[in-house]
Design a protein around this ligand. Structure first.
Ligand SMILES: [Zn+2]
Length: 238
């Protein structure tokens, strides 16, 4: 069952404003029947996902970028670079600010008990070691318990954690943990395949190489057949 998380957060978290730690608060149930079949008429539930890091100070970021340009031997006052501090500060602010979303869950009235998998969800994030992007795809699956999830929401959960300074391993685990905690399925599997610009542009210049990470919970972790089925459907070798 979806539970009301501790530290309930009201439905608005201003962009670039201080926000509490990652959490999700349960909104009041919306007893709207789904269109279509009356057998689906059970209430669906909405969790609003709100995530935030520290305060973002755009002006300070602009000053810091101008300082960085000077430190790199460039002239931030030149015509070509005049707007670069502002552009870069805004670009990072956007990359580090996830959109809020409502996590709508529905009762699993048909008792669907096979794997639900969203494959090839785009992932864009920032490596916290180099502040350079890494990007690729996520495959997110779960074995439904008492509730099922709107499919587009799996991509939203990925974005919720990708818009942060990250390492791929932590991002993968955060998506799995969040789904386990808020959807309470019988199992969760997350695979992320991504190329890191800090590897392909510099250092070993391993262009095209992809890093694959996975996080499994519940029966996808414990049951060999479920696990193999997940990896087969995700298109990776488990
Ligand atoms: Zn890196």
């Amino acid at each position: 069952m979806v539970t009301n998380a501790d530290g309930l957060v009201p439905g608005t978290a201003a962009r670039y404003a201080p926000a509490p730690p990652r959490t999700a608060g349960m909104r009041s149930p919306a007893p709207t029947p789904l269109s279509g079949s009356p057998t689906h008429a059970g209430p669906h539930r909405r969790l609003q996902a709100v995530r935030g890091g520290g305060t973002m100070d755009l002006r300070a970021a602009e000053r810091a970028v101008a300082d960085l340009l000077i430190a790199l031997g460039r002239d931030p006052a030149s015509e070509h670079l005049a707007d670069t501090p502002s552009r870069l500060a805004h670009a990072y602010a956007e990359l580090l600010t996830p959109q809020e979303f409502n996590l709508t869950t529905f009762p699993n009235e048909e008792g669907y008990d096979e794997l639900v998998l969203a494959r090839g969800i785009p992932v864009q994030s920032l490596c916290e070691h180099h502040l350079l992007p890494f990007q690729g795809v996520a495959h997110v699956g779960y074995l439904p318990g008492e509730r099922i999830l709107g499919l587009s929401k799996l991509a939203r959960v990925v974005e919720l954690f990708a818009r942060d300074l990250q390492v791929q391993e932590r991002l993968t685990k955060q998506v799995a943990d969040w789904l386990q905690q808020h959807l309470a399925p019988r199992g969760v599997g997350v695979v992320i395949e991504a190329e890191h610009l800090c590897m392909s542009l510099r250092g070993v210049r391993a262009s095209g190489s992809r890093t694959v990470t996975s996080a499994l919970q519940g029966s996808l972790r414990e049951d060999m057949r479920s696990r193999q089925e997940f990896f087969a459907l995700a298109g990776v070798n488990g």
